[in-house]
Design a protein around this ligand. Structure first.
Ligand code: GTP
Ligand code: MG
Length: 308
């Protein structure tokens, strides 16, 4: 179709002197060789008229773009539900919650246009859909480093999810000190017209990593201003310190778990059992359990058919 290259009307392609596509002028009337430089006036006018996208074509593009954003929103909801279920299951079964908080967003249209321009991606739903894998994004802030990997493994073990890309900036931090585990996961969304696979970016990190990244982002991520060396060094040092903090918090956590285990092993059987925090151990019946529920369960034992 005639409109597929409108996105090449980026500052980059212009700067490199790449020929602007005629249709770009229609979608972005503020740029492009309007004066028809290098052409005879007649040919430029007739070209413009003949290659002008019809309203139907523009509408078609808009519809596809809306559909793309809609599916990204649905993909996001699918993964958020999965995370919510895992979180609740942890709380029910292990009395432990590895997730501190979850945030999510569908990239705004402005950011999509911006990134597509920056990366030279043509502005069609097909190209954007295939190349911008972080339109749907989730940030999962976990308590400990091991929790980020646990959550990763639990998500990836779900058979309907496919890992498209993984960048482990925890094992291999960026030069500036940035740490996080980035996954791009494909999830099917079931629409009236059939299933569609949607990429969702998930960033997993600890509270300390999140704290560092949020502030570093405010300070200079993607900012063109040159940051003096002593400040980038200071940021890197702060990242190292927050990694050390993560290490020691996890060590303390593990030692406390060990203490709980020892206490439980030493407790006289039957009475005074300590509830182990994590991972799941033999479950004593918690105090707050409903009497009615327990009574119904006890009754059901009495009514069980005899075991063969
Ligand atoms: P983007 O074009 O930003 O999406 O980067 P990318 O496609 O090369 O992917 P990458 O996995 O490296 O980074 C994706 C996202 O991680 C970014 O959009 C940020 O949210 C975050 N991120 C990556 N590097 C940094 C960093 O150095 N500092 C901070 N604060 N965030 C970062
Ligand atoms: Mg991104």
């Amino acid at each position: 179709m005639a409109l597929t290259n409108a996105g090449t009307n980026s500052p980059d392609s212009q700067a490199k002197g790449a020929p602007a596509q005629p249709e770009e002028r229609e979608l972005d009337p503020g740029t492009g060789p309007h004066n028809g430089e290098g052409r005879t006036p007649d040919s430029s006018v007739s070209e413009l008229v003949s290659q002008r996208p019809s309203t139907a074509e523009i509408y078609d593009r808009l519809t596809k773009m809306r559909h793309l954003l809609m599916t990204r929103e649905f993909g996001l909801q699918e993964i958020l539900t999965k995370i919510d279920i895992l979180r609740s299951e942890f709380q029910y079964g292990h009395n432990y919650n590895p997730i501190e908080h979850v945030s999510s967003r569908v990239k705004s249209l402005d950011s999509i246009v911006d990134k597509a321009r920056r990366k030279g991606i043509p502005f069609t739903a097909e190209d954007i859909g295939a190349n911008l894998l972080d339109i749907a994004g989730i940030r999962l802030t976990c308590s400990f480093v091991s929790d980020t990997y646990t959550m990763r493994d639990l998500l990836l073990s779900q058979t309907d999810l496919t890992l498209l890309r993984e960048r482990d900036y925890i094992a291999d931090p960026k030069d500036n000190g940035y740490q996080s585990l980035h996954l791009v996961i494909e999830v099917p969304v079931f629409l009236a017209g059939g299933p569609e696979k949607v990429p969702v970016e998930i960033q997993l990190r600890t509270v300390a990593m999140d704290f560092w990244a949020s502030l570093e982002h405010k300070i200079h991520y993607k900012d063109d201003t040159e940051v003096p060396r002593h400040l980038t060094d200071a940021l890197k040092l702060a990242a190292d310190m927050s990694a050390a903090l993560d290490d020691s918090m996890e060590r303390i956590h593990n030692e406390i778990l060990e203490l709980h285990k020892e206490a439980e092993a030493e407790a006289p059987s039957g009475g005074g059992t300590t509830r182990i925090h994590h991972p799941l151990s033999e479950n004593p019946i918690p105090d707050g359990e409903s009497r009615e529920l327990l009574r119904a369960i006890l009754d059901s034992f009495d009514r069980r058919p005899p075991q063969r």
